[in-house]
Write a new protein. Structure first.
Length: 145
């Protein structure tokens, strides 16, 4: 084997190794970005006004209505969260592991208004990713229990 062949093989191996390291670095960066997004989303959902709105819906004696600011805040905030989860901007399993109980605690209350119209579409279509999150929480209900 000549010296030029050894150099060519060594260069090929080094290039392949560099490519592998680059792919691993991109994968790690993607995972870190998803984790950062998850933390930001948790901070958003844990805002005091959103926490109070969820509590108001859960503990209210009157049926939920879109005329209620608390209902609109909860629907909108979880719709935003659902969009991020559905589009893989955050880790779905980690998100649902933490948020499935709050989502399931809202399920029966929010099902009552799902078919009510808001403009030209029903509430469950307008806030489709919120209702999708509730369905996913049901799918993951028994995971990790």
């Amino acid at each position: 084997m000549s010296g030029s062949n050894i150099i060519a093989i060594s260069a090929s191996i080094m290039s392949l190794l560099a490519f592998g390291i680059s792919v691993a670095a991109l994968y790690h960066e993607h995972r870190q970005r998803r984790l950062d997004n998850l933390i930001k989303l948790h901070l958003f959902l844990h805002q005091d006004e959103l926490s109070k709105a969820r509590r108001a819906i859960r503990e209210s004696d009157s049926p939920p209505s879109l005329n209620d600011e608390h209902v609109r805040r909860v629907c909108s905030s979880f719709d935003f969260a659902g969009t991020l989860v559905r589009h893989n901007a955050v880790d779905k399993a980690i998100f649902l592991d933490y948020w499935k109980v709050p989502l399931l605690s809202l399920e029966s209350r929010m099902a009552a208004i799902g078919d009510q119209p808001t403009g030209a579409v029903p509430v469950k279509m307008y806030y489709r990713d919120f209702y999708w999150l509730i369905r996913e929480a049901n799918v993951h209900r028994n995971i990790y229990e």
